[in-house]
Design a protein around this ligand. Structure first.
Ligand code: TEU
Length: 556
């Protein structure tokens, strides 16, 4: 049976940075309401919003202190309801972030858990008896430091794979799971259309919490390889599906850092009744790392052959069974055009369109991260004081100041390449002050390139990146070949061009993308008889591919 989300394109809104309506410098729900017509004009079917729940904001909302209330800077429940109704009126669905791998340490369950060992909520979190000078294992937190914090009163550590203010929920506790399901039903009963489930590859921790491999002898090991795809994970998804997901016409999207393709197949196999689709991380974690102690930090551009191999593996791996989420970037990743394209004045728009075409012609559900449809770029910060993201700031403190294993200038390059803040600068609406994002002081400075890169100039321009994304979305909406066609990579060893075929019910489509600033020649048998469906150049030279040229033919 066909599902609505197979044909859908999802637009990701990072509420803090989208549109500020009350000029306090922080984006809000009213701001999203004001910009719904923009998202409608683009053609997206669904909005996924990053967390808007009550939160001490240690990690920009990913530390939820009340799952059924709205963060006051974003608005209130009445504004949320207005947003939901207004979006639905325009035919746009709303997907919420669900953050239940961990909660905030100020959430009521953790407040109770801290009261006494025999408090029923104590076991909602993960505790291990121990001594203050010896961590239960070698795991590090994603945000630097150990994955454990000691509680004097209990003589116990609690686990946190992220900040210490984000204690891990204990998924082995039946009541905890039931409370989560109840909360999910509460939102779905309100009429939301789905959940993007944060960090769910990590829900099930391995028995005994064994040490993780630590090849570079870093201060703390990368826990993810030991935790991701735990053996009970599929059962948790099945239970959640039975208790919640199956009861609604909704989409469920697992964010699954570290998941392997065979496991991903299981999670998204419809016969298993688990999740609808997952975000895998392989293609955004390919860049060679100089030293395993550096974690994600590097400034190496990814090799096109590696990128092609990875994306093609997931395309074919989840072809018959399962479903892919397609994305180049999000609020945790650098801007696509700066990372995989070329953000220089000459090639920014061309390469942004090239990337859009490469991804949107694949099989799966495409995600557009706010501003990607304008070709927004990295923020190119040069001083550590400009960064706000706790992951970036903590990594700088640990690797440069404390361990002294990366020098300052090198780390600044790594941050400029990889920091999450690259994605978080405010949306660039127009050429007015602060890019039309806010009349107050934005919580994060607007990228000065807003004077040339902004929505107002692009919406009116038929040759803009925005207009190109409109076409890509329309193609998906009108072509079963784009949605359901089988995928076949061409010339995997070609280090300059990404080319692939899609095939569906006798129809064939050829997709060609030049990932370089060089003019190259490639002959895949395309002729003037084939129909050029979309291209980022005005004319077509068939086998000659100009810088960042990308095009799609319907083969005759
Ligand atoms: O990210 C989870 C995750 O898997 C991390 O690897 C994340 O991609 C990393 O920070 C990138 O360097 C999710 C959210 O998307 C992220 O914003 C949150 O900080 C994190 O969970 C904790 O909730």
């Amino acid at each position: 049976m066909r599902k609505w989300w197979e044909k859908a394109v999802i637009y990701q809104v990072y509420p803090r940075s989208f549109q500020d309506s009350d000029n306090d410098g922080i984006g809000d729900l009213e701001g999203i309401i004001q910009r719904l017509p923009y998202i409608k004009k683009l053609g997206a079917d669904v909005i996924w919003m990053n967390p808007i729940y009550k939160s001490p904001d240690r990690d920009n909302g990913y530390d939820v202190s009340d799952y059924e209330d709205i963060q006051p800077v974003f608005g209130d429940m009445a504004t949320f309801d207005t947003l939901l109704t207004a979006a639905h009126k325009l035919g746009i669905k709303i997907v919420m972030d669900l953050v239940v791998n961990h909660s905030s340490n100020q959430q009521k369950w953790f407040v109770e858990a801290k009261k006494a060992k025999d408090n029923p909520y104590h076991d909602y979190y993960i505790w291990v008896d121990g001594k203050p000078d010896k961590y239960p294992n070698n795991w590090g937190s994603y945000f630097s430091g150990p994955a454990w914090t000691y509680d004097q009163k209990f003589g116990q550590y609690y686990m946190h794979l992220f900040a210490k203010e984000q204690p891990e929920l204990n998924w082995r506790n039946h009541n905890m799971r039931q409370d989560v399901y109840k909360m999910m039903r509460w939102w779905l009963d309100k009429g939301i259309d789905g959940f993007r489930m944060d960090s769910v590859s990590l829900l099930d921790k391995p028995d005994g919490y064994p040490d993780a491999p630590n090849p570079g002898h870093a201060l703390y090991a990368d826990a993810q390889s030991t935790v991701a795809d735990g053996k009970r994970l599929g059962d948790y998804f099945k239970e959640m599906n039975k208790e919640v997901l199956s009861k609604y016409d909704m989409v469920s999207i697992g964010e699954m850092d570290g998941s392997k393709i065979e496991d991903a197949k299981e999670y998204t196999d419809r016969d298993n009744h688990e999740l609808d689709m997952i975000f895998q991380f392989e293609h955004v974690t390919l860049s060679p790392n100089k030293d395993p102690r550096f974690g994600k930090w590097n400034d190496e551009p990814v090799k096109l052959t590696d990128l092609k191999a990875s994306l093609s593996k997931w395309q074919t791996g989840l072809n018959k069974t399962g479903w892919n989420s397609l994305y180049w970037n999000n609020h945790d990743q650098p801007r696509a055009v700066s990372r995989f394209g070329n953000d220089s004045t000459d090639y920014r728009a061309l390469s942004a369109k090239m990337l859009g075409l490469t991804l949107h012609m694949m099989k799966g559900t495409p995600y557009i991260y706010q501003g990607e449809e304008l070709g927004m770029t990295n923020c190119h910060y040069t001083a550590i004081s400009q960064y706000q993201d706790l992951e970036s700031v903590n990594a700088y403190n640990e690797l440069v100041r404390k361990e002294k294993i990366i020098d300052k200038n090198t780390m600044m390059k790594y941050l400029a390449t990889m920091s999450r803040d690259n994605a978080r600068t405010p949306m660039q609406w127009d050429t007015s002050e602060n890019a039309g994002f806010s009349k107050g002081t934005p919580w994060m400075a607007v990228n000065p390139n807003y004077r040339t890169i902004n929505a107002a100039s692009q919406v009116a321009d038929p040759h803009s990146v925005f207009a190109f994304y409109q076409k890509l979305i329309k193609l998906r909406h009108t072509s079963d070949l784009v949605v359901y066609g089988d995928y076949k990579e061409l010339d995997p060893d070609d280090s300059q061009v990404f080319a692939y075929l899609r095939e569906y019910q006798g129809q064939k489509m050829l997709v060609i993308s030049n990932f370089t600033a060089d003019t190259v020649n490639r002959d895949y048998g395309q002729t003037r008889d084939d129909q050029l469906v979309i291209s980022n150049y005005q004319d077509d030279q068939l086998t000659e591919l100009r810088p960042y040229e990308a095009k799609t033919y319907l083969l005759s």
